[in-house]
Design a protein around this ligand. Structure first.
Ligand SMILES: Cc1cc2nc3c(=O)[nH]c(=O)nc-3n(C[C@H](O)[C@H](O)[C@H](O)COP(=O)(O)O)c2cc1C
Length: 345
């Protein structure tokens, strides 16, 4: 069993990565249903929280049934990070996570996110300020370093552990790499195998199949894996990995019924969280991935994307169920999107 503060997680937990505009409460519920053991909100600006910016406050929302959940904040100023930690405390998540990994210019070049990787002393001070300001367990998510010449994750891990973080998630790329190339897990393994390190170390980067998750578990010895892009539009990745690790067998891909059920649940959770109009709009980009692999689905998808009433959406989903009843989907590899500077992260 893995412990983070008073949170108990099963052996080799599967974490849903924080993802801007993706890991919101409706999506997190779907991942939870499919076996995610620990999930995070998208990153939230400490400055925005302090200014009481309404869009930042909404990101703090947590549904009871998705616990344990961590709220992730970022910022480059000690006082703001401490104040933001106090605000997070009041909303009662299970843990507070600090983002020292975001590579985009608007964040990293203002000395927050991965920008802090260039100044380990500042990173330590920011972390210590958060640990002091909250009763929650504090965890950190970061990258290997700023660039190829400064992969300082081993030093970072020791120093952050010394100021009280209770788990560390490491994305096996540098800031300069953004999302290019392959994530390098060998340095993550080095951190894990450092005898000084006693907190859980979670590996992150490029997990896109049950086979890879098991291979990396065995090869790198991490305490668990964090999954990001592979879960977008495919929350079933968690149950598939769990099953494969337990049995060595691949589950069949989700059935038509399961896919339609996920469309419905996402829609209803999104409406519950926001409202009907926003919920229906939010779903427009999502049907494509949930229904991927069904032949000639485009026409249904286009219809779904135009509708404005829940009852109409439900009727089209019923139609899909009837049309594709008994259809056996083939397993197709998950494609990881290559994010770049102009993308949100
Ligand atoms: C759309 C998107 C949004 C992201 N937003 C965040 C974020 O808010 N906080 C964070 O720490 N990382 C964020 N990330 C990075 C992911 O958490 C993760 O580290 C990265 O995608 C690598 O993991 P993967 O290969 O499993 O996707 C984001 C990634 C994507 C694709």
């Amino acid at each position: 069993m893995i412990r983070i503060g008073n949170i108990s997680l099963p052996d080799f937990p599967l974490l849903l990565a924080p993802m801007e505009d993706v890991s919101d409460p409706p999506f997190r519920i779907l991942c939870k249903d499919n076996g995610a053991d620990l999930m995070y909100t998208e990153f939230i600006s400490s400055e925005g929280l302090i200014r009481n910016a309404i869009n930042c406050r909404r990101k703090l929302d947590i549904f009871e049934e998705e616990r344990p959940v961590g709220i992730q904040i970022f910022g480059g100023d000690e006082e703001s990070m401490a104040l933001a930690s106090g605000i997070v405390d009041v909303t009662n998540p299970d843990l507070l996570d600090i983002n020292f990994g975001c590579p985009v210019k608007k964040v990293a070049c203002k000395g927050a996110g991965a920008g802090v990787l260039k100044d380990v002393d500042l990173m330590v001070r920011l972390t210590a300020a958060c640990v002091k300001a909250t009763k929650l367990p504090v965890t950190v998510k970061t990258r290997l370093g700023w660039d190829e010449q400064t992969k300082n994750i081993e030093e970072v891990a020791e120093r952050l552990q010394d100021v009280g973080i209770q788990a560390l998630s490491i994305h096996g790329r540098t800031r300069s790499q953004m999302y290019k190339g392959e994530a390098d897990w060998s340095l993550i393994a080095k951190v894990k195998n450092n005898p000084r390190i006693h907190i859980p170390i979670f590996g992150n980067g490029d997990i896109d199949s049950p086979q890879k998750a098991l291979e990396y578990k065995n090869r790198y010895g991490v305490d668990g894996v964090m999954i990001g892009r592979a879960a977008i539009g495919y929350p079933w990745i968690f149950r598939e990995i769990k099953h494969y690790i337990q049995t060595g067998e691949l589950l069949p891909p989700p059935t038509v019924e399961e896919r339609v059920a996920v469309c419905r649940k996402h829609l209803h959770e999104a409406i519950k969280w926001q409202n009907q109009r926003v919920g229906i709009n939010e779903m427009r980009g999502r049907y494509a991935s949930y229904l991927k692999g069904l032949p000639n689905i485009k026409e249904y998808r286009n219809r779904l994307n135009r509708l404005t009433e829940v009852a109409e959406v439900e009727a089209v989903l019923d139609e899909i169920l009837t049309t594709y009843a008994g259809f056996e989907l083939q397993r197709t590899p998950i494609e990881l999107i290559d994010y770049h500077e102009n993308c949100p992260l």
